[in-house]
Design a binder for this molecule. Structure first.
Ligand SMILES: *Cc1c(COP(=O)(O)O)cnc(C)c1O
Length: 382
């Protein structure tokens, strides 16, 4: 097996401009946060996606923590979210003392089953957090309707959902708040990085204060107040200009990055749907959702099939990986969970496998991977 035949799961893509912009940020001698590159990034997002107020953060985790503070989550409050998600979705609210009420995933997709949300609402419920898994939208009309009728807030965990749409509306523009990630495993990256989007105007002013360590420093720099003071709780959520400069280079190339990733995704789908896979299902996209090609995943018929497929690919130099372990069964939360069964969450947790998907993947490599999968399916005992 030669060096060439090794295909990793992810390879962060560089546009070539990152180092140049970082150097400019350094030479400007304005290296801390909220400088020119931060503003450029905020401007880009507002223009392209008509988001409300945008605030870059050091991670999506931080953006979610800001959301929990903004929503004034108190000990004992309940927050409804899927169990099939990354720990940060839940941790941000647990840090404020919330009880997490996990909802199951959809049978056709790992996103939250919108039809199961309403029965979980109690007088203590404060918020619904949806996760657009693989960049595929949750049914936001249904979610927003439930939230409005029960006076709840909606947070979109849009970590994987950049440049993806629900009925033509950009994800991250629909909930009261939304959190994005620019971690190196996402489509658009800055190493570590994230962003909070504030679509509900009543949160705008306070968001900026929380972002600036609980001070009205931003208002001070705009000349709106004559000194800056400690006015609320907050923390150090804003990234340095070095990170924003890196991110801006990526944003300038967003079209190209997205075009390439979608080509790869479509090639996977075409080559795999030519065959009847039997023991493996392809991803399905609800009619209302666009595809931002964040991820190409398969759902195997059983945990044994998944383990055998991952082995088969690894033995042939391809690194495919599974994804989340269900949070309601985690060592930290199992004893706090109300013991409801979440069968779809368990199924994705045990059966889902992600294939390599990154800019520099070649059509030849993708064909090699799909051939290996077809070969596996043909030989797997049914
Ligand atoms: C990546 C991811 C996060 C965390 O993002 P960070 O920027 O690494 O903090 C949160 N939620 C989901 C669904 C993610 O995929």
């Amino acid at each position: 097996m030669g060096e060439l035949s090794q295909i990793g799961f992810n390879k962060p893509y560089l546009t070539g401009k990152e180092a140049h912009y970082i150097e400019e940020a350094i030479h400007s001698r304005k290296i801390s946060g909220n400088g020119i590159y931060t503003q450029k990034c905020h401007h880009f997002f507002r223009e392209r996606y008509s988001f409300g107020k945008c605030l870059l953060t050091t991670s999506c985790t931080d953006a979610l923590e800001m959301a929990a503070i903004l929503l004034n989550i108190q000990p004992g409050d309940e927050v409804i979210m899927p169990s099939y998600t990354f720990v940060s979705t839940a941790n941000a609210f647990v840090l404020r003392g919330a009880r997490i009420v996990f909802a199951d995933s959809r049978p056709d997709h790992p996103g939250i089953n919108e039809n199961l949300i309403e029965e979980l609402i109690t007088p203590k419920t404060k918020a619904i957090v949806v996760v657009h898994y693989a960049g595929v939208a949750c049914d936001m009309d249904v979610v927003m309707d439930i939230a409005n009728r029960h006076h709840l807030f909606v947070v979109e965990d849009a970590a994987q959902a950049i440049d993806s749409y629900y009925k033509g509306k950009p994800l991250g523009s629909i909930g009261h708040l939304a959190a994005f990630s620019f971690h190196e495993t996402k489509n658009i990256i800055s190493g570590e990085g994230g962003m909070l989007v504030i679509n509900a105007p009543q949160f705008e002013q306070r968001a900026e204060i929380i972002w600036e360590k609980g001070t009205n420093r931003s208002a001070f720099f705009r000349g709106e107040v004559d000194k800056y003071n400690w006015v609320d709780m907050g923390s150090s959520f804003l990234p340095s200009e070095i990170i924003a400069a890196f991110l801006y280079a990526q944003l300038e190339n967003l079209e190209d990055i997205q075009r390439k990733r979608k080509q790869h995704w479509q090639q996977y789908e075409q080559e795999l749907s030519k065959a009847i896979l039997g023991c493996i299902a392809l991803p399905t996209l609800p009619e209302y959702a666009s595809n931002n090609a964040h991820m190409f995943y398969l759902t195997c018929g059983s945990g044994e099939i998944r383990a055998a497929l991952i082995d088969h690919l690894r033995n042939n130099g391809v690194n495919a990986v599974f994804h989340y372990l269900a949070l309601h069964k985690s060592p930290f939360y199992e004893s706090r969970h109300d013991r409801r069964n979440l069968p779809q969450t368990d199924r994705y947790s045990e059966h889902l496998v992600r294939l390599p998907l990154f800019y520099e993947l070649t059509p030849i490599q993708i064909t090699k991977i799909t051939q290996l999968i077809l070969q596996f399916c043909n030989s797997y005992p049914n």
